[in-house]
Design a binder for this molecule. Structure first.
Ligand SMILES: [Mg+2]
Length: 386
């Protein structure tokens, strides 16, 4: 059995209403996905997190080393891709390109063997996972704290037990937004906040101390990811758990984050940090340091299904009879690609999502939606955006 072809697609969706966070504005969702086909006619889909056109170029660079290989040998292929990348890119978008291919290979392997990916990863440790709503980005139009609290209330009414808001606008405005949202959702729902590394250590300490009374479940990326020691110092100065890791790559990047005691919760993006093959290794590493994992997840249903299977398989440390809640990031901002490209029976219901037993990653990809949103033709050539 051999891998016959690899095709990658840059998908674009212009948003009806743009939104922004502490770093920049989103007016478009642009995502690179990859299709790997075997000579048996089976198809696997993967996705890379990061700048889509560069990831596509990375996939094209890696393609000759993957085509012709046995699709069941995911780890062997990973090693080949890594050897062809590490001289130039031990982190960054070439690792995201590897990740996209690796995810597609796990989906493909599952389709060929007619088994769900969680089983191929070693088994299911839980039947359901708990999606948390990521939203509450900044928008124009109306008083922001009121707009955000209406959105938060909608998530609560819909059954989410946890949700994540953006901070990083400035300390005073952040405090007002946190307070207003907490008032809107009541005391029982977990509330996380994400600064996307907007602050220096002094500011991060100031904000963390100010919002401690509002029961923040974690403070994500308070500081720029380069400052490992400052993360560690921040942890000693607040009772709020500190989260981070969406800017790290491979187990080697995570070793730095973990050994410096920078975070309470580590957040690898499986579609960027090395795929499912490397995510398993990162999880082992995190368990050695006794640090909890909640993957960063952003993109289409491919990325969501990937995270779901990984979390279903993930060990929680320490073990105990009553398992802790295993959260999955579940972006709720406008994204037609996420809504239209894939369909699955893994749907949000009563605060939880049941893991599918369907083969591979357990979704069907709608090729009509692929045609609708792809800005390259199906041979992989970039065309004009529509
Ligand atoms: Mg984040």
């Amino acid at each position: 059995m051999k891998i016959k072809s690899i095709q990658s697609f840059v998908l674009s969706d212009k948003l009806k209403q743009s939104f922004y966070f502490s770093q920049w504005e989103y007016s478009e969702r642009r995502i690179c996905i990859v299709k790997v086909t075997s000579d048996t006619g089976h198809v696997g889909w993967g996705e890379g997190y990061g700048p889509a056109s560069i990831i596509k170029a990375g996939i094209e660079h890696l393609t000759p080393f993957v085509v012709g290989q046995d699709p069941l040998q995911t780890e062997t292929i990973w090693s080949t891709m890594y050897r062809r990348s590490l001289d130039f890119a031990r982190s960054g978008v070439l690792v995201s390109a590897m990740s996209a291919i690796d995810v597609a290979l796990w989906d493909l392997k599952g389709k060929i063997l007619e088994q769900p990916v969680y089983l191929l990863l070693g088994g299911k440790k839980r039947d359901t996972i708990t999606p948390y709503a990521t939203g509450m980005y900044f928008t124009e139009g109306g008083k922001l704290s009121q707009v955000l609290s209406v959105e938060a209330k909608q998530y609560a009414d819909f059954g989410y037990r946890a949700m994540k808001m953006k901070v990083g606008l400035g300390i005073e405005e952040d405090i007002e937004n946190v307070k207003t949202i907490r008032d809107a959702i009541g005391p029982d729902i977990h509330l996380m906040m994400d600064a996307n590394h907007a602050y220096n250590l002094r500011e991060a300490v100031q904000l963390a101390k100010a919002v401690e009374p509002y029961n923040i479940y974690w403070f994500e990326e308070p500081i720029s990811p380069e400052y490992y020691d400052q993360y560690a110092e921040l942890r000693t100065k607040t009772t709020i758990p500190i989260a981070g890791g969406e800017c790290e790559y491979l187990r080697f990047g995570f070793q730095k984050l973990l050994s410096s005691k920078s975070v309470d919760i580590v957040q690898p993006d499986i579609c960027a940090s090395g795929g499912l093959t490397e995510a398993k290794r990162i999880a082992v590493l995190a368990s050695v340091y006794g640090v909890e994992i909640v993957p960063h997840t952003w993109g289409t249903g491919i990325a969501i299904a990937t995270a779901a299977h990984f979390i279903a398989n993930m060990d929680t440390m320490p073990g105990r009879l009553k398992s802790p809640t295993c959260f999955m990031e579940y972006d709720r901002t406008e994204n037609s690609l996420r809504e239209e490209l894939t369909s699955t029976d893994m749907v949000f219901c009563n605060g939880e999502m049941k893991i599918t037993d369907a083969p591979g990653l357990g979704f069907e990809l709608d090729e009509e939606a692929l045609h609708k949103y792809a800005i390259n033709d199906l041979n992989g050539q970039l065309a004009q955006p529509h």
